[in-house]
Design a protein around this ligand. Structure first.
Ligand code: PEP
Ligand code: MG
Length: 915
């Protein structure tokens, strides 16, 4: 018979897939000798077995939910799902193993399940292979009934506590196992508190608790016809309920968003754990503690403790917990024990730990540990610190930080000079400053976001059912809850800025407005939140770009030691170049010359150049233009002094710089209406019409302009080279590389070199007396260039893959249109795995890149090979380019991410050379 149940003492903690994360941690902590209440695990295989009879139908329904259908369809599907799951029974072989492990537990604890004198009580907890915080269900205090509650009271000498445990159990069992609306219980509880005139739960006297027990039972009887007094029946139902929670809509939704596929986690395990009671008195309580500060990364315990409370109370934010520092003062011995345990777990698990614990009458119990979720700031700092402390290696630190963390750290902050109306302050739960229009319901967040609006979701507090709203919103604001509240944890996990517990704000969710001081903010009004500081502002507040924090700089220095792939930046203007250099770019891999024409007077000159009908007519304009450009080049070369700058000669279709024919027609019409002469405009119109092309992206652009207008290319080169020569004279060291775009035949290169680049070089050298050493290369962005690379490579010093155009060419997808038109559906239908303009298409485009790079090096061993399409800043693509090219070039803000990704590629490649 297959084994479905294991005790904490006998199992292997490394098998998270079988035991789930929580189960594995209970096993590990037990085996490390930490105090863990005894218990056992029903494996994920058991859960699969439970679903097996109707798995096919369930998967089909799950497939519909995956497509995010409209609410009516979604609700219908969920109903069907529940009906199917409710019809399932716990297979006999699993149940018989559960029973025998319960008997073991009885022996170990000296208590008996259902015994009216000395009852064993257990918790039944979910736990999948990967942590899905708050997404699945847990039942505590199971085994209580009208008889055992008396036994518990006698055994502990504390009747209050026994009835407190019982009322909690009834509420949880009613809600989770019997699916009764939770509001019925919470309303009854509030009424009782009001009746007895108390505010906090622990102040409710025994009489009130007993009344709650009776009322809760009535609720259950009314809703479900009866309450199972038999603990074995309770246990069976609770196990089923936990299995069922794997298929709860919020769990399904979470798996979709977090891309948790069955190979990562398939079904949940169930942990049956002997109860320890945090509500046993003022020397008891429950808490959550992190081995380091998950907001800042500081190396100190960080967390909260709530006396006289059980598990869910802390996360739910019902009462305000005490800070862990306060806990230290009140219970120094317990703190010390906790500290040692948590640090041990951090060391063996080589990561910051998030530990749940309970204190029962002065005795500490560990209930769960897992790797902590934290802010990007804390992730970077803790990885660097742990490497320095010798807990992990530098390589491990580099693998621990994701490229996404790096991007998040470059999030904007509020401009300190901005005039802003600060109206409230909450806790800085997840960093980043954002402005958005306020909405008060997660469904509204989804709806508004679908209309392209930026929304901030404001709630009193959030629940797992609200998660879809988090994804839709640009930020989250709550008026209640701490740094470990649901809103804070989820926002950090998904990298959304959040301010939580801004208590001075009154949020009226139903009426859709919030009030703070004298301000009333209604749905749709703009606010700004700053997740660094916890500040909340009215209106849109300007933000500024972030700086690299010292720990990230250090981590990236380690990355630089390890990586073999160079990282340059795509930068066109001096300000971009400055950012690129600050972020550690080793040069500019692509300077798009056309972006220098952004100023109106230059655009006007360029238009004249394009419209001129002969070289003679063009020359004066070219002369004027080259002088203007030269100064920009000088600025960029100066900023990048000593580092290579690849300047690409003009590339886009020329009509992009001209007015649209319709606009000219309109002007002609206006002039004629006024009786003015329109002949100039008519000439312009004819010329613009003549330049129009059916497929401009495949038209008169790139080197083709250089071939038809070598004088234009000559002057561009003159501007570049003269800038370099003048700087050299001033003592600078410009390293210039000139790049020819859109080449499809080597003879294009030979032609423009001979007609434009070399003459410009010679002229500049002669006029300045400076000898220049420039590299001349080409972009590889047409299919033919890839296929004829053996010829091309002999005539250039470097090549750089323009993977944007190359992707367009290989797929025959218009890069300007595909992403708005059909790529989303292609991704939905799984025809494509990823947007090929974002992540390199390894099978097609990648194959060409690989062939061309390899052949180029064979033909010309000293050739330098780069990538300057958008893929140069995409981590997955960088993993692919590693070992194939010499460098990637990414937009300035992606340079730090590219440095990290390149190091990760080197480490992974070293660990697994076939990767
Ligand atoms: C490319 O095609 O990949 C490229 C970098 O050039 P552009 O995007 O300017 O066409
Ligand atoms: Mg291109």
């Amino acid at each position: 018979m297959e084994k479905y149940v294991y005790s904490f003492k006998e199992a292997d903690y490394r098998n998270k897939k079988l035991f789930g994360g929580k189960g594995a941690s209970l096993i590990q902590m037990t085996q490390l000798g930490l105090r863990v209440p005894p218990g056992f695990i029903i494996t994920t295989e058991a859960c699969k077995k439970f679903y097996e009879p109707r798995r096919r139908e369930i998967s089909e329904l799950e497939g519909i939910l995956l497509k995010n259908p409209p609410p009516e369809v979604r609700d219908e599907v969920i109903k069907k799902l529940h009906a199917i799951i409710d019809s399932l029974d716990l297979p006999g072989e699993i149940w018989s193993q559960v029973v025998s492990y319960m008997r073991e537990l009885e022996k170990e604890t000296g208590k008996r399940f259902g015994d009216p004198e000395n009852p064993l009580l257990v918790s039944v907890r979910s736990g999948a292979a990967v942590s899905m915080p708050g997404m699945m269900d847990t039942v505590l205090n199971l085994g209580l009934n009208d008889e055992t509650v008396k036994g518990l009271a006698k055994q502990t000498g504390n009747e209050w506590f026994a009835y407190d445990a019982y009322r909690r159990f009834l509420q949880m069992f009613g809600k989770i196992v019997l699916s009764i609306d939770e509001k019925l219980f919470s309303t009854a509880w509030e009424e009782i508190k009001r009746k007895y005139g108390v505010k906090d739960d622990p102040d409710v006297q025994l009489e009130g608790l007993k009344e709650a027990v009776e009322r809760f039972k009535e609720i259950i009887v009314r809703a479900r016809g009866g309450f199972p007094q038999d603990p074995w029946e309770q246990l069976k139902l609770a196990i089923k309920a936990v299995f069922r929670s794997w298929m709860s809509p919020r769990a399904i939704f979470y798996r979709i968003i977090e891309k948790i596929t069955p190979d990562i986690a398939d079904c949940t395990a169930v942990n049956v754990v002997t109860m320890v009671f945090g509500n046993a008195g003022w020397d008891s309580g429950t808490g959550v503690v992190f081995s380091r500060d998950v907001a800042t990364g500081e190396n100190k315990l960080y967390g909260e403790f709530l006396p006289v409370a059980q598990g869910e109370d802390v996360v739910a934010g019902i009462r305000t917990p005490m800070d862990i520092e306060e806990f230290r003062k009140r219970f120094p011995h317990l703190y010390e024990e906790l500290y040692q345990g948590v640090k041990l777990l951090e060391k063996v698990n080589k990561d910051v730990q998030d530990v749940e614990f309970t204190v029962e009458r002065g005795k500490l119990y560990f209930l769960q540990t897992r790797n902590a979720k934290m802010t990007a700031l804390a992730r970077v700092k803790t990885a660097v610190d742990m490497a320095k402390e010798g807990i992990i290696t530098k390589e491990e630190a580099l693998l621990m930080v994701s490229p996404d963390h790096v991007l998040q750290l470059l999030y904007p902050r509020i401009d300190p000079k901005a005039k802003a109306t600060l109206v409230a302050q909450g806790l800085p739960a997840s960093p980043g400053a954002v402005s958005g229009q306020v909405v008060f319901h997660p469904d509204d967040a989804v709806r508004w976001a679908a209309q392209g609006k930026r929304v901030i979701l404001a709630r009193v507090e959030t629940k797992p059912d609200d998660v879809h709203g988090f994804y839709a919103a640009v930020g989250v604001l709550t008026s209640r809850g701490g740094m470990t509240s649901h809103a804070a944890v989820v926002a950090r996990a998904i990298g959304k800025p959040a301010v939580v517990g801004a208590e001075s704000i009154e949020i009226h969710e139903e009426e859709k407005y919030l009030k703070v001081g004298t301000h009333v903010i209604r749905e749709g009004d703009w606010i700004t939140i700053d997740g660094h500081t916890g500040n909340v502002y009215i209106g849109v507040v300007p933000t500024i770009e972030a700086e690299l924090i010292p720990e990230l700089e250090e981590l990236l220095r380690w990355a630089d030691e390890i990586r073999r792939l160079g990282v340059r930046a795509n930068a066109d203007l001096p300000e971009d170049a400055a950012i690129a250099r600050k972020f550690g770019a080793q040069g500019i891999g692509l300077l798009r010359i056309e972006r220098m024409f952004r100023k109106p007077e230059r655009l006007e000159l360029l238009r004249r150049i394009i419209l001129a009908e002969s070289p003679e007519e063009r020359r004066p304009h070219l002369e004027a233009l080259y002088k203007m450009l030269k100064n920009d080049f000088k600025e960029v070369f100066k900023i990048m002094d000593g580092l290579p700058v690849v300047v690409r000669l003009i590339d886009p279709p020329l009509h992009e710089f001209l007015p649209k024919p319709e606009e000219i027609l309109e002007q002609i019409y206006q002039r004629k209406m006024r009786g003015d002469d329109a002949s100039e405009l008519e000439k312009l119109y004819r010329r613009v019409k003549a330049l129009q092309e059916a497929n401009p992206m495949l038209g008169h652009r790139g080197v083709r302009v250089g071939v038809t207008h070598p004088d234009f290319y000559y002057y561009l080169n003159k501007a570049i080279l003269e800038a370099a020569a003048e700087l050299k004279k001033e003592g600078f060291n410009p390293v210039v590389e000139i790049m020819i775009p859109q080449v499809s035949d080597v003879r294009e290169i030979i032609y423009v070199k001979e007609k434009a680049i070399i003459p410009a070089l010679k002229d500049v050298e002669a006029s300045t007396g400076v000898k220049l050493d420039v590299k001349i290369g080409t972009m590889i962005e047409t299919v033919r260039a890839c296929l004829t690379i053996d010829e091309i490579a002999k005539h250039v010093d470097f090549i750089s893959f323009g993977t944007n155009d190359l992707t367009q060419a290989v797929f025959s997808f218009s890069r300007d249109d595909a992403e708005n038109k059909f790529i989303p559906q292609y991704l939905d239908l799984k025809i494509l795995d990823a947007d090929p303009f974002e992540t390199i298409d390894i099978k097609g485009v990648g194959k060409l890149v690989e062939y061309a790079a390899k052949t180029a090096k064979e033909v010309n061993p000293s050739i330098e090979v780069g990538v300057c399409g958008e893929h140069g800043g995409d981590p997955k693509s960088i993993y692919f380019f590693h070992n194939k090219v010499d460098y990637v070039s990414a937009s300035p803000f992606r340079v730090p991410l590219a440095r990290l990704s390149a190091a990760q590629a080197a480490i992974i490649n070293r660990q697994n050379p076939h990767y």
